[in-house]
Design a protein around this ligand. Structure first.
Ligand code: NAD
Length: 477
């Protein structure tokens, strides 16, 4: 399989080049690295029809066979990790080491989903009746993925949806379609035709999916603004939705941390993947007793970090993935400058090809500043002073977002107590961004609807069905 060309959709078990194509750029060079099919409405209809046709057979396939297929797909990803890694770096921008981490995570997530089981609850088992509740698949799932972690976030959906017996049409972001298309080519013969279909296209394709009558559920990962549109568009046909949306995670750093030891980890909590992580630390609240030394340690560490083309040896932070996001991050930097906020490092756009923004750290901007209140999704971190725990908890929670958050302190019990007061779907103590295919992950408030991962995430791909059987001992009809 040639990972460097021939990107085709997967529709009904066949590879399909589509009738039109669009360019995919390398964000480090702004050069075209390939073209992807630009699906027409007819292409989408054919993918949905294939998924519908495959549904009864897949739903009736024993779960052990469905697990075996997911495990085989996971192994196939592992076996091709090197080629996937290079392609992912080329289209997404992340450094090779991180791209490899994401690819391994994608395989691991499929296999992790395959370790789950669908429970059956016995509600009553008496002389009069036997009643059980089980979980049956929904039908055809439309999966829509973003560009920051195109492969692993797609597998967050593929694993549990297929395990539960659904079929799927998966759409990657137009900025990062290529690795997902190669995944389709790789696993094409590991599943019955139509169980997994992959379509790519421009801005029209997502809305076509969310309004399409042939889908029973939409599983969406992306921004909160788009999530609202997805929910609205899914409403007329009452599709189920799972929405994994944006965040503005606060890290709360208590005064008893070992500043020198923790600085590097805190840095990466904010800057990993160039800050383009839904659960990146986007506001860092630092206790005033350690504000100055931690600030200095973060800036000193930031100066050692290499920003560059992700395919070059030693690069630790790549470019922003696409021009629109690049402009958005620059606009937030310009706003901070216009307001006169103090920059500790960074803040100047580089005059080289590629969507590069230097690591930028701001010194205690006001709580109501845009850089504190908005999701930056880029390499710009506001450090903010606090001196009172109740006050900082209130500030951390004073947002419509509620995705993640973290508390850092040597007194773990104290940190744990504070963590429980953060209104977010996941809160970490003395670490961050650790996720698992067997643990629920999702957003509170406007960071999402529903969860992915774990039994809770699996059940979102099912309908609860209660079957009640009258016992022969009851009166005959
Ligand atoms: P986005 O909302 O722009 O796009 C996400 C996907 O939706 C893409 O595939 C896009 O083509 C598609 N899309 C765009 N408009 C659509 C519409 N009207 N209807 C249906 N589909 C549509 O998001 P993005 O810029 O790709 O990703 C960044 C955002 O995603 C950030 O806000 C980030 O926090 C969030 N995110 C959340 C999670 C999570 O698990 N909660 C994970 C990663 C990213």
């Amino acid at each position: 399989m040639d990972f460097a060309r021939d990107y085709k959709m997967l529709i009904g078990g066949a590879l399909d080049g589509g009738s039109a194509r669009f360019d995919v750029l390398n964000p480090a060079t702004e050069q075209v690295i390939g073209t992807a099919p630009d699906a027409s409405r007819d292409d989408l209809d054919r993918a949905v029809a294939a998924a519908r046709a495959a549904f009864p057979g897949w739903a009736a396939t024993p779960i052990e066979e469905r697990k075996a297929a997911l495990n085989a797909m996971g192994q196939a990803i592992f076996a091709n990790a090197d080629a996937f890694k290079r392609l992912l770096t080329a289209e997404q921008g992340k450094p090779h080491a991180e791209a490899e981490g994401e690819i391994m995570g994608a395989g691991y997530w499929l296999m992790g989903a395959a370790s789950l089981d669908l429970p059956v609850t016995v509600n009553e088992d008496s002389d009069e009746r036997y009643s059980e509740t089980r979980h049956v698949p929904l039908g055809v799932v439309g999966a829509i993925a973003p560009w920051n972690f195109p492969m692993v976030l797609a597998m967050f959906k593929v694993g549990p949806a297929l395990l539960a017996g659904n079929t799927m049409v998966l759409k990657p972001s137009p900025f990062t379609p290529l690795a997902t298309l190669k995944f389709g080519e790789l696993v094409k013969d590991m599943l019955p035709p139509g169980v997994l279909n992959i379509v790519t296209g421009g801005d029209a394709l997502g809305p076509w999916m969310t309004s399409h009558k042939g889908f029973d559920k939409i599983s969406f990962t992306g921004s909160t603004a788009t999530g609202r549109r997805v929910m609205e568009s899914a409403a007329p046909t009452l599709k189920r939705v799972t929405l994994e949306l944006g965040g503005n995670d606060a890290a709360i750093v208590m005064p008893d941390v070992d500043v020198e030891r923790i600085a590097e980890e805190l840095f990466w909590a904010a800057f990993r993947n160039n800050g383009q992580i839904c659960i990146a630390t986007k506001r860092m609240y630092v206790h005033e007793d350690i504000y100055e030394p931690l600030k200095d340690a973060l800036v000193a560490y930031a100066k050692t970090v290499k920003v560059g083309d992700g395919s070059e040896q030693g690069t630790q932070i790549g470019p922003i993935n696409n021009e629109a996001q690049y402009r958005r991050v620059l606009e937030l930097i310009e706003d901070a400058k216009a307001q006169g906020y103090k920059f500790l490092i960074g803040g100047e756009a580089t005059d080289v090809p590629g969507y590069f923004i230097p690591v930028t750290i701001l010194d205690n901007p006001p709580e109501d500043s845009r850089i504190v209140q908005e999701e930056q999704f880029g390499p710009v971190l506001p450090l903010i002073r606090f001196d009172d725990v109740d006050d900082v908890v209130a500030r951390a929670n004073a947002t419509d977002y509620g995705l993640g958050g973290s508390v850092w302190g040597r007194d773990e019990d104290k940190a744990f107590e504070i963590a429980q007061r953060i209104a977010s779907g996941t809160v970490w103590v003395n670490e961050t961004q650790h996720l698992s295919p067997t643990a629920a992950f999702g957003g509170m408030k406007q960071s999402g609807v529903g969860v992915e991962g774990g039994l809770e995430g699996l059940l979102e791909y099912t309908s609860a069905q209660t079957i009640v059987r009258r016992r022969p001992a009851g009166p005959t009809l």
